[in-house]
Design a protein around this ligand. Structure first.
Ligand code: PLP
Length: 393
């Protein structure tokens, strides 16, 4: 066989989110953008802060060879120091530049961490519903993706179910809070309970179980605390990106943090560097490394998401839809009006509504509505949501 079958399978079966987005783009070209309510992609609708453009303008005054040249594989030391200083100010920690590895966004951060900690045949527990690419990244690291359903009412982590899923093959548990696709923010109590189980299981099994905390939505929370996970569990590794917080998804910039407090820090740091090397994920975009130096403390503008969230939740609940009140990120998790979310999606499509059916997130019966769209899209979609509802009565 001349090709890698696993890679072929990933490429041949596209992500359903991207397929819906492609359908949306084609449909908009057919009937006009204002007539299609595309809630599929997690592409921020808020522009990047002005400070980003100012920083780029300043960078363009630097000598071209300095600006466009290679950086160290793990990123420019002053940039890593600036990120560490920012975290230390916010979370009262004592991280250093060498605890950080700059990456091409959270996707690279997660792939690097999985390749740093997993061996062939090991397992990684994910909390369903979950970001579908997790499974691809886990399988690529030679591990198996073990899905554990979140609590059915709150969509917080079902800690007992996680405990039951952990076995001698478990290398890591992966979480994402504020959560895509549900919009839940895991409470300190929920994370403390998870930490207690992970401490107990690591002791019992005689090997460390890492907690991979994927946090691209950390700054997008609506009045609730987003606990700093390494403060609750020592063996946490954090994956971050500026795709959502600074609205820079196309620029591919983020980081991996191995906190100095992680007991395996001294072997994890080279393992992260080695995974980056192995995957070819070295030297994150130099221009955007420099942008971080200027913009690392730039606040995230969540006003527009907050306004959209209010309009969407008020509108849908007035019609009668059932959903999880989003605490963070920019997704709303709504129960489909029939058990098969794909059939519900097909019917929604008939009203030009494009949410994402929940099956691709590892959970039947719901849809994800991404509200990182214009306010007008939310407001103008309400009659269509009403018609969809009426069609089921
Ligand atoms: N993790 C989660 C939960 C996401 O929602 C996304 C993107 O939507 C990513 C990771 C990937 O982020 P990035 O664009 O920084 O690679």
């Amino acid at each position: 066989m001349s090709i890698n079958q696993q890679s072929y399978a990933y490429g041949a079966s596209k992500s359903s989110i991207r397929e819906i987005a492609a359908y949306g783009a084609a449909r908009k070209a057919q009937i006009g953008a204002q007539n299609v309510y595309d809630f599929s992609l997690g592409n921020p609708s808020v522009p990047a802060p002005d400070a980003v453009r100012d920083s780029i303008a300043h960078a363009l005054t630097l000598p071209a060879t300095a600006l466009h040249g290679y950086t160290p594989a793990n990123g420019l030391p002053p940039v890593r120091q600036a990120v560490a200083d920012s975290l230390n100010r916010r979370f009262g920690t004592a991280y250093g530049a060498d605890d950080l590895y700059l990456t091409c966004g959270a996707a690279a951060s997660i792939s690097i961490v999985l390749n740093a900690v997993c061996n062939e045949g090991e397992e990684v527990v994910v909390i369903a519903p979950y970001f579908p690419e997790y499974k691809v990244f886990i399988q690529n690291a030679g591990a198996e993706c073990v899905e554990v359903m979140a609590n059915a009412d709150t969509f917080q982590i079902d800690v007992d179910a996680v405990a039951a899923a952990i076995c001698d093959k478990t290398a890591a548990v992966m979480i994402d809070s504020p959560n895509n696709p549900v919009g839940a923010v895991y409470s300190a109590k929920n994370l403390e309970d998870l930490a207690a189980v992970l401490v107990q299981k690591s002791d019992e099994l005689g090997h460390p179980i890492y907690l991979i905390s994927d946090e691209p939505y950390r700054e997008i929370a609506y009045g609730v605390e987003v606990p700093w996970v390494p403060a609750l569990y020592d063996r946490t590794i954090v994956c971050y990106s500026y795709s959502k917080s600074l609205s820079l998804p196309g620029e591919r910039i983020g980081w991996v943090l191995v906190p100095g407090t992680n007991p395996e820090h001294d072997v994890l740091v080279p393992a992260v560097a080695g995974a980056g090397r192995k995957l070819g994920f070295v030297c994150a975009p130099a221009l955007f490394q420099r942008v971080l130096m200027d913009c690392v403390d730039e606040p995230t503008n969540i006003e527009a998401y907050e306004r959209n969230r209010r309009a969407l939740t008020e509108g849908l609940s007035a019609i009668g839809y059932e959903f999880i009140e989003p605490q963070g990120a920019f997704y709303l998790w709504m129960r489909a009006l029939e058990p098969d979310a794909n059939k519900f999606f097909e019917r929604a499509k008939g009203f030009e509504l494009l949410p994402v059916p929940s099956d691709s997130f590892g959970c039947p019966g719901w849809v994800r509505i991404g509200y990182c769209v214009s306010y007008e899209t939310i407001v103008n979609s309400m009659p269509a949501w009403q018609k969809l509802w009426d069609s089921y009565q």
